[in-house]
Design a protein around this ligand. Structure first.
Ligand code: AMP
Length: 250
């Protein structure tokens, strides 16, 4: 296969504690550490391994976001991707809008495989990959915990509620990654230096001519209720007694 596209979303780092704006209109993102969405990092690691096995020639990153998303693309280039495309927008795109944009990039680049995370940890939507596959009219395999390529077919092991499901999909296809697919590599200093020379193409979102208007209306954001403190019990008898006292056991 000539090319793999990997979609990288810039999100608030998973270690940061999210706070809701006092007026409930959103979450505070100013001044927070931003990172590559963790599932997208797994997608990139997988693409790099496929290229290293000689089964793909090029790994191309795509991010849709603000100018600052170049930082995450640079990290992806330092991990080993060959080049990157930033579709620039200051708007927060919904999954359907992101999928439409990605569809345009796919038309332009003609990849053999598109890898996305199973979900972005900021909106937890778990929709973009599925929507992209539908718009592209190509097969999809979501929640991949194992991916094997053989010529024009990908064999994907999926993590589903009942266990593991193995699917064969014809390429080109869309695959979304689950946590156990791999462990992403660390970026080394010389690779950061090398990545500075790799190209990032910047496209204005308007130039793609897609409808990215929101279709959802957010009513309000709220922080989850604070959890009450847990109780340590010394043994099973105490546990059974405590459950009984609280009315959980008859
Ligand atoms: P979601 O459907 O929002 O949970 O996102 C699922 C996956 O779609 C993410 O893990 C990314 O791989 C991809 N994706 C979503 N939004 C973007 C974006 N703005 N830029 C690049 N990739 C994105």
């Amino acid at each position: 296969m000539q090319k793999i596209i990997v979609c990288l979303k810039r999100v608030v780092d998973y270690n940061v504690r999210i706070r809701v704006k006092p007026d409930g209109s959103g979450v505070i993102t100013e001044g927070l550490k931003m990172s590559i969405n963790p599932f997208d990092e797994i997608a990139l690691e997988e693409a790099l391994r496929i290229r290293e096995q000689g089964k793909a020639q090029e790994v191309v990153l795509v991010s849709i976001g603000p100018d600052d998303a170049q930082q995450q693309l640079r990290t992806g280039l330092a991990m080993g991707a060959d080049r990157a495309i930033l579709v620039q927008t200051s708007a927060e795109l919904e999954p359907l809008a992101a999928a439409r944009v990605l569809r345009q990039i796919v038309s332009r680049e003609q990849p053999g495989l598109v890898l996305l995370g199973k979900q972005a940890i900021d909106d937890d939507c778990n929709q973009t990959g599925q929507m992209l596959a539908a718009l592209w009219n190509r097969p999809q395999a979501t929640f991949a915990s194992r991916l094997e390529l053989d010529g024009t077919v990908a064999t994907v092991t999926r993590e589903v509620d009942a266990g593991l499901e193995v699917l064969e999909v014809d390429l080109p296809a869309v695959v979304t990654t689950d946590l156990r697919l791999n462990e992403p590599r660390y970026v080394k200093l010389p690779d950061i230096m090398k990545a500075k020379k790799k190209p990032i193409e910047i496209l204005a979102i308007e130039s793609l001519g897609v409808d990215v208007a929101p279709v959802l209306r957010v009513i309000r954001y709220e922080a989850p209720a604070a959890r009450s403190r847990g109780v340590m019990v010394k043994n099973v008898d105490e546990l059974v007694g405590a459950l009984h006292d609280r009315g959980f056991l008859a």
